[in-house]
Design a binder for this molecule. Sequence first.
Ligand code: ADP
Ligand code: MG
Length: 159
Amino acid sequence: MKITSEQEMLSLGKDFANQFLKRVTVAEGDPHGACDMGEDNDRQDPLNIIELIGDVGAGKTTFVRGFAEGLGIKENITSPSFTISKTYALPNGKTLTHYDFYRLNDPGLMQEDLKESFENSNNITIIEWANSVEDLLPKDRTCISIKYNDDNSREVSIL
Ligand code: ADP
Ligand code: MG
């Protein structure tokens, strides 16, 4: 879908969170599609792990801000580029962990952290720049791709 402003991207994230809270399956069609690269460990609900794919400035963190707001998180979401990950509490007792692996070539110790995040069914994991941890990602995840259009709008696809 075409997203023409930051505000619309925030709304999209928020809508996504609302669908998410209602447990509506948002990934239609072949759920593995373009995401079919990770390990085949099927224990996770695909909606609990979201991978955001897109260049610098595409709007990944903006989407997360909307998503977090939709989940009822009051804290301001900032890019965790320097801290790699940040966890937020939801009003329903669950948690959201936001990762950004942009500056990480070797995931090292973060691998264990990430696995724990996946295995905790009360935690939602949302990841920017997952390339360096691609092998650790469960196959059952939702991938969202954000691409620039020439007119500065963004094309968002749920893969
Ligand atoms: P990323 O996390 O992908 O690097 P950010 O979400 O941090 O990107 O930044 C996206 C930037 O682009 C923000 O400054 C935002 O205001 C701007 N922007 C302009 N148009 C859009 C749009 N249609 N969707 C999302 N962001 C947009
Ligand atoms: Mg970002």
